[in-house]
Design a protein around this ligand. Structure first.
Ligand code: F6R
Length: 243
């Protein structure tokens, strides 16, 4: 695992945008796995600036979701599908037909999860998966004690994660869904390059456990220790508990 410490979130965004730009130069139709939440926003902003200036052409890239809420009404602005259309596809000039995600409104959720794993494989696998990390060490929505071999499946969000996400639902935890579909840890590990970005002091303990703690299901992000090409980008605050 490679750990890169950057001064701040904006520098982390630039660094990762540069890695994605390099990938797209080598492979314009690369499949990029994207995350939601606050952490990846500097990456998306930095990439959008490169696209706007003509330095990067992302128009042939393909995008896939890491996770999706279950049970939000179609078109809900906080569904991760809608969020990623706004934050990634539109600014990068990528057509919605190049966007893959699990169907959070499927009647048969288990079948939708299997179909998503199969679709990722059929698409040739994820070239670069961008990850955030939860304060409890989750990646995707694989909460502590998720199986390190898990595949895409439905999960129940912890109270802490629902509280963390209430800010996207008018600070009303009652509006935050209880369930999500998430790529499993095994699914995430199938990507050819994992890039985890962590910023802010609130992530420092989770980062220390991920990088320096034992490989343990209680810290799902520690599974990155198993991956042959994992890059952890942390700002100084998130690095503050590394030895
Ligand atoms: C979101 C996701 C989550 C977040 C994590 C951190 O698609 O998979 O694992 O990356 O909850 O969220 P932020 O970045 O908002 O602190």
């Amino acid at each position: 695992m490679e750990v890169v410490i950057v001064p701040d979130a904006a520098a982390g965004g630039e660094l990762i945008a540069g890695a994605i730009a390099g990938l797209l130069a080598r492979k314009p139709e690369a499949l990029l796995g994207v995350a939601t939440g606050s952490t990846p926003l500097p990456v998306y902003r930095a990439l959008a600036a490169r696209v706007a200036s003509g330095a990067v052409d992302a128009s042939r890239a393909r995008i896939c979701q890491l996770d999706e809420y279950v049970g939000l009404p179609a078109g809900h602005p906080e569904s991760y599908h809608a969020v990623l259309l706004r934050q990634v596809l539109e600014p990068l000039g990528i057509d919605e037909s190049s966007f893959m995600g699990p169907d959070g409104s499927a009647e048969d959720v288990a079948a939708a999860c299997r179909a998503y794993d199969a679709a990722l494989t059929a698409a040739g696998g994820v070239d670069l998966q961008l990850l955030g990390i939860g304060t409890d060490g989750h990646i995707g929505f694989n909460e502590p004690c998720s199986s390190l071999a898990s595949r895409t499946r439905i999960k129940t969000l912890t109270e802490q994660t629902r509280l963390d996400n209430a800010r996207f639902f008018g600070d009303d935890i009652e509006q935050v869904p209880h369930h999500v579909i998430t790529q499993g840890i095994g699914t995430i590990l199938d990507a050819r390059h994992l890039v985890l970005l962590a910023t802010g002091e609130g992530k420092a303990e989770a980062v220390a456990q991920t990088v320096e703690g034992p490989l343990a299901a209680v810290v799902p992000a520690s599974a990155l220790q198993l991956h042959p090409h994992a890059t952890v980008v942390v700002d100084e605050a998130a690095a503050s508990k590394l030895k």
